[in-house]
Ligand binder design. Structure first.
Ligand SMILES: Nc1ncnc2c1ncn2[C@@H]1O[C@H](COP(=O)(O)OP(=O)(O)O)[C@@H](O)[C@H]1O
Ligand SMILES: [Mg+2]
Length: 450
């Protein structure tokens, strides 16, 4: 476009080429639109023997041009323009170029009706549009004091500069867009992190509130239950002071002793819940323990208790008294869940869970060998809103005086202390299964014992 490949360039043409080549290289590192306009005014047009150059930028509405960079007699040092000239689209030669998007060369301004005379009147003018993305971005304009100063060669050079400038504008707009996209992304990421953190702290707050509520219920419930027992004891002692009848005295003391031992159990349950129960583990077979517990509790229940005990059950190391209390609590709960009677099944078996085993009923169960003890009832089941709270101390759905809400918290405390766990499976209203998982005792030989 500027020279044919075969013809050696004339000295002037060669310097023009060098200027355009340098422009092409420098363009790469020009960081923004403002710098681009000034670079074009100072280093390109200024070097190309155009003695004057003004660049105008169009507004987004495409109605007005504003001077953004200038070099020449009007701005000999190429300084920032403090009071930029504004030209509406359609007005004067630059306004015409902006509107028609056609480059023009004016041979003699004195004969052009569009010329708006400036403080330094010129005789010839060249003006090319900067077009990008089908919009007028601005115009590059140059004037000369002599008529006929610009010809086809100057037009070609300036159109080339305008095309290169437009291409760079496109790149700058794209990088501006991707920068915006990037900052948008960073912003939404930050927002997401913030939301996640908020949710986490909300959850922590909630957990804390629940804990506080549980502690409140624990102390309140304990005080209430204990007070009831003390009332029974001191009331009976008062009555005993006045009592003559041997038989009545025996009854009063019996009731007081009963209340005292219930108080002791309450404290035991509390300690087990808070994991401070003093446990003395013994190696034993849960089958024996189940049979013993049934014999001890069975006569107090109207329910039938069926045992399905696995042969060759692995041994476990547990505190036998605490284990019996825990099993007793589950049996009593099963009974309470079946007000009009029903069968309670107690089963034992050996289970093994591998790493990542999907059969494991709880994530709390580490891979390994366990003895599973199940208490199965055909009762009411546990409603889904009740289920998350059943291990909370003093949580009970039973009428006042019937439930203490300590049974399952004792079971949970005991199982955790025994390195096992408890899992409740329930189907409202088809009954509930409580499963206790005890780690199997491993021999010195590495084998599980039975
Ligand atoms: N087998 C069961 N079937 C239905 N609900 C049960 C069963 N076991 C426990 N629950 C529920 O869990 C609650 C807490 O049980 P627990 O801690 O033993 O206290 P309590 O028996 O004194 O109410 C019970 O009030 C009941 O709502
Ligand atoms: Mg209970």
């Amino acid at each position: 476009m500027m020279q044919s490949a075969l013809r050696p360039a004339a000295p002037e043409e060669a310097s023009t080429l060098r200027t355009l080549n340098a422009f092409a290289v420098d363009l790469i590192s020009i960081p923004n639109v403002d710098d681009l306009f000034w670079y074009v005014a100072r280093n390109v047009v200024g070097q190309l023997k155009f003695i004057d150059c003004v660049i105008y930028q169009a507004n987004p509405e495409q109605t007005m041009l504003t001077q953004v960079a200038a070099l020449g007699e009007k701005n000999p040092y190429g300084r920032t323009i403090l009071n930029p000239l504004q030209i509406p689209f359609g007005h004067g030669i630059t306004g015409q170029v902006a509107q028609t998007r056609e480059a023009v060369v004016i041979e003699d301004l004195l004969r052009d009706k569009n010329y708006i005379a400036d403080t330094q009147p010129a005789r010839s003018e060249i003006c090319v549009p900067l077009i990008f993305d089908d919009r007028i971005v601005g115009v590059i304009d140059s004037e000369h004091p002599e008529p006929g100063a610009f010809g086809a060669a100057e037009l070609e050079v300036l159109i080339t500069v305008a095309a290169m400038t437009s291409a760079k504008l496109e790149l700058l707009a794209e990088s501006e867009r991707s920068h915006r996209r990037y900052t948008d992304l960073v912003q939404s990421h930050a927002q997401l992190t913030q939301e996640t953190n908020n949710r986490k702290s909300l959850e922590a707050e909630l957990a804390n509130a629940r804990k506080l509520e549980a502690i409140g219920r624990l102390t309140g419930g304990f005080a209430h239950s204990f007070n009831n027992l003390l009332t029974v004891i001191s009331g009976n002692l008062d009555l005993a002071e006045e009592e003559q009848s041997e038989a009545v005295l025996k009854e009063l003391f019996g009731d007081a002793k009963d209340a005292a031992s219930r108080g002791a159990k309450l404290i035991k349950d509390m300690l087990a819940f808070s994991q401070r129960m003093h446990l003395v583990p013994e190696r034993l077979s849960l089958n024996d323990l189940v049979a013993r517990t049934r014999d001890r509790n069975g006569h107090r229940l109207s329910n039938e208790i069926n045992l399905e005990l696995a042969q060759d059950l692995w041994d476990v190391s547990v505190d036998p008294i605490a284990a019996e209390v825990a099993l007793g609590n589950l049996i009593l709960n099963a009974r309470d869940a079946m007000p009009s009677g029903g069968i309670i099944r107690i089963t034992t078996d050996n289970v093994t869970y591998g790493i990542g085993d999907t059969k494991a009923p709880s994530q709390e169960i580490a891979p390994g060998r366990y003895v599973r003890l199940r208490v199965i009832d055909e009762g009411t089941g546990i409603a889904s809103h009740v289920l998350p709270r059943i291990y909370d101390p003093f949580y009970t759905t039973k009428p006042i005086g019937e439930g203490t809400g300590l049974g399952l918290s004792m079971v949970m405390g005991f199982m955790q202390q025994s390195k096992g766990t408890v899992v409740a499976q329930t189907e409202n209203p088809h009954g509930t299964t409580f499963e206790l998982y005890f780690p199997a005792t491993v021999d010195e030989t590495g084998l599980v014992g039975n």
